[in-house]
Design a protein around this ligand. Structure first.
Ligand SMILES: [Zn+2]
Length: 307
């Protein structure tokens, strides 16, 4: 659960520069991911589409302002750029769903920016469901909105009807203006209004792990990915990891090991964090839940199968 695939190595290097990683060790792209999965006994992955529409749009408008464009010209450019961004997001969704159609071991979660699509958000979701979408990635920080954005109401309704899942980035990091769009508690109104929504909160082990634990108690339908991992000698504390390894087994059991899915977020060598899960003092069955069976059940997939 929770990777970010690029079209090819060149695109991957733009998105994840990591200069110390040689090209042949880059697997987060369509050209290399299947060989990587085969080599590491990974039957399925879910890849998340994210597009920094807000940052792209604002940086272009800033350049227009610096070039001395009039306010009227900038307002006009904003309309055109928003149209262009919607188009790009649709294209990204098409590309990833095409990859999923060719390779069913890849599950593509579409990107959806409700501040861009507004009331047409549901149309983009319906269009993608026809193309095979089984999940939507919601990134409140990158797209600068709260989880209960009005345009998402129809989307969550559709998700409840169809079983399409939502993976949300959550956390406590504020945006540049100080707003915390990521706060996991921002999902409470959504979880109350849509109790059948198959929602996965990412980065369980980050600084908001206590908040997520509380939400897990209140909302039994809520699932989590543990991309980022626990803090130990192999993984120093960072913005994805704050829960100490020593507390991992107790906290995971309190949440319910049937509700946690291993994920990498494409940020590190995934096998290091698999080894970390295996070192947790849990039963073999619990390890298997976190590393395999929970996600297979969530994807509706079977082990060793290509579907
Ligand atoms: Zn991610």
């Amino acid at each position: 659960m929770h990777t970010h695939l690029s079209r090819d190595t060149t695109t991957e290097k733009l998105i994840f520069p990591k200069p110390d990683v040689p090209d042949e060790q880059r697997w987060a792209n369509l050209d290399h991911v299947i060989a990587f999965m085969d080599a590491h006994d990974i039957s399925h992955i879910a890849t998340m589409n994210v597009m920094a529409t807000r940052a792209m749009l604002e940086s272009r408008l800033r350049r227009a302002r610096e070039a001395g464009r009039s306010e009227a010209a900038i307002a006009e450019a904003r309309v055109l750029l928003r149209e262009d961004m919607r188009h790009r997001m649709c294209e990204m969704n098409d590309w990833s769903l095409g990859a999923q159609a060719r390779e069913p071991r890849i599950r593509a979660y579409i990107a959806l920016d409700p501040t861009l699509f507004e009331d047409a958000s549901i149309e983009e979701v319906d269009r993608c469901i026809v193309l095979g979408a089984t999940g939507i990635k919601i990134h409140p920080q990158v797209n600068e909105h709260f989880p209960d954005h009005p345009a998402l109401r129809a989307v969550y309704e559709r998700c409840e009807e169809t079983g399409v899942a939502v993976l949300a980035c959550t956390g406590l990091r504020p945006n540049a203006d100080g707003t915390v769009y990521l706060d996991p508690r921002g999902w409470v109104p959504v979880l109350r209004a849509f109790p059948r929504l198959r929602l996965v909160m990412s980065h369980f082990c980050d600084a908001a792990w206590r908040e997520r634990m509380e939400l897990a108690r209140e909302f039994p339908q809520l699932m989590f990915d543990i991309s980022g991992g626990l803090v130990d000698a192999t993984n120093p504390e960072n913005h994805r990891s704050a829960l100490p390894f020593e507390d991992g087994a107790r906290v995971f059991r309190e949440v319910g090991t049937e509700r946690l899915m291993w994920g990498s977020d494409t940020q590190f060598d995934p096998m290091t964090s698999v080894a970390q899960v295996l070192r947790l003092p849990l039963t073999d069955g619990e390890h298997e839940q976190i590393l395999s069976t929970n996600a297979l059940a969530f994807f509706g997939a079977r082990e060793g199968s290509s579907r």
